[in-house]
Each structure stands twice: as C-alpha cells, then as structure tokens.
Design a protein around this ligand. Structure first.
Ligand code: GDP
Length: 232
C-alpha cells in the first residue's frame, strides 16, 4: 500500500499562533511553485487530487496538514512563488514558515521538490541553509526526471549529490517522476523511516512495459556516489 494512501486533508494553519494538530511525526513538502510538489505528493499518495486541496483559493499561503492516521502527518508548505509577494505579506509568510520549520518538534524532515531542470535555486539554497540549522534531514526529489535522458538525469543527480555532500551528510537526493511514477518506492523508504512506519510492501508490476524498463532511479545519501545508469 502506498505510504500516503490513507492521507486525508486535516487542517490549514495561517498564523504562527493558530492551533496546530497534535502530531508525533510529520514530513513537510517544500519547493518552488510549479516544481511539481503537488504532483509528487499525489504520486506518493496514489491519489489524483489530494495535494490540490492546498491550491484552493485562500490555502496557497497556508501550511496544509494531511493526516496519515496514528498522529502522523504529511504537511504541504506554501510554494516559494509566494516569496515574491509584497513586503508585509512576505514577512508574515516568513514568520509563519520560519516558526514552523525551526520549532515544530514533530517535524522529522523536509522533502524538497526541485524540477530536475532547475535544481538549487537561490530559494532552495536558502531553505536548505535555514532548515539545516535544525540538524534535521532534507531529502530532495529531483522531479520531472522524465524530461531528461537517463544519462543527463544521472549527471544532474551526481552533481546534486556532490553539492549536498558539501552542505551536510544528513541530506539525500533521488530522481523522481510523478508522470512516470518513478522513484516512488525510494522516496517511501526514506519517509517511512522518518515517520517511524514500516516501508511499503507494495510490489511493482513485473509485466514488461515502460515502467519496468531499466531506469535511472536510485537513491543516494548525499555523497558523491557514481550513478548506476541501469537497474534501479
Ligand atoms: P507545484 O506548483 O509545485 O505543486 O507543481 P504541480 O504539481 O502543480 O506541477 C506543475 C506542472 O508540472 C504541472 O503542469 C504538472 O503536470 C507538471 N509536472 C509535475 N510533475 C511532473 C513530472 O514528474 N513529469 C512531468 N513531465 N511533468 C510534471
């Protein structure tokens, strides 16, 4: 069963002092607007529209909580596109997110979604730097990997791993494609561990087809490993 299959919308938080749900473990998804964050959450949940709840008017600048049951949550953070908002709104946003990221004990780590064609934007780096101070891990999903050839995707992955290795040994990175449903199990393994849940026992279909072709689809722990171009 996909890790987030049971996820259902719970609550949105707009201000630092608003009530937060009681939680023992949660993972927050961050990323630039249009990076593919909602699609990645939906792919991990095996649900088509789950994360689009966060895109409803009024919720785009909020922290949106999705319950996984057993006091665990998936948390959808506002896309960074909003960081270009005017000063007063922006600082309110900074306060909300800053408080959440720095002080939320239940937050076990961040899933940072980056479009593989535009990794490590200035705002991504700011988030890595800011959250890195908590000494919690960040797992990067280089999504839309289907937009690049396997060879090119492997090079971007290797470069990203090298960049991360310079920043922190806690962080990790993998290729991901919501469209092709690739990288889902690798991501589930990381997030299950963070949440203290058993990894998904889901098996991919063994039938031949595009999804079972050799793929560049591997996880690296933020060290400068050489990518394997085949297998997975
Ligand atoms: P968000 O703003 O970060 O939540 O981004 P969305 O999930 O809404 O995706 C933005 C656009 O990228 C949409 O047109 C998606 O269909 C497309 N997209 C998202 N993930 C993928 C992917 O893995 N592969 C491809 N080819 N397109 C994707």
């Amino acid at each position: 069963m996909p890790l987030f299959q049971k996820a259902s919308y719970s609550i949105s938080v707009a201000k630092p002092l608003d009530p937060y749900p009681r939680s023992c473990a949660e993972i927050a998804f961050a990323g630039r607007s249009n990076a593919g964050k909602s699609s990645a959450i939906n792919a991990l949940a095996g649900q088509r529209r789950l994360a689009f709840v966060s895109k409803r008017p009024g919720r785009t600048q909020m922290i949106n909580f999705f319950s996984l049951g057993e006091d665990r949550f998936l948390v959808d953070l506002p896309g960074y596109g909003f960081a270009t908002a005017p000063g007063a709104t922006r600082s309110q946003w900074d306060r909300l997110l800053g408080t959440y990221l720095k002080h939320r004990d239940a937050l076990k780590g961040i899933a940072l979604v980056m479009d593989i064609r535009h990794p490590f934007t200035e705002l991504d780096l700011q988030l890595i730097d800011f959250f890195g101070q908590t000494e919690k891990p960040i797992h990067i999903l280089l999504t839309k990997a289907d937009k690049l050839s396997q060879a090119r995707a492997g090079i971007v992955l290797r470069d990203a791993a090298a960049t991360l290795a310079r920043l922190s040994p806690r962080h990790s990175v993998q290729l991901f494609s919501s469209l092709k449903h690739r990288g889902v199990e690798e991501a589930e393994a990381v997030f299950s561990r963070w949440l203290g849940l058993q990894a998904s026992a889901r098996q991919e279909s063994k039938k031949p087809g595009p999804q079972n072709r050799p793929r560049v689809n591997f996880n690296t722990r933020g060290r400068n490993k050489k990518p394997r171009a085949k297998g997975g």
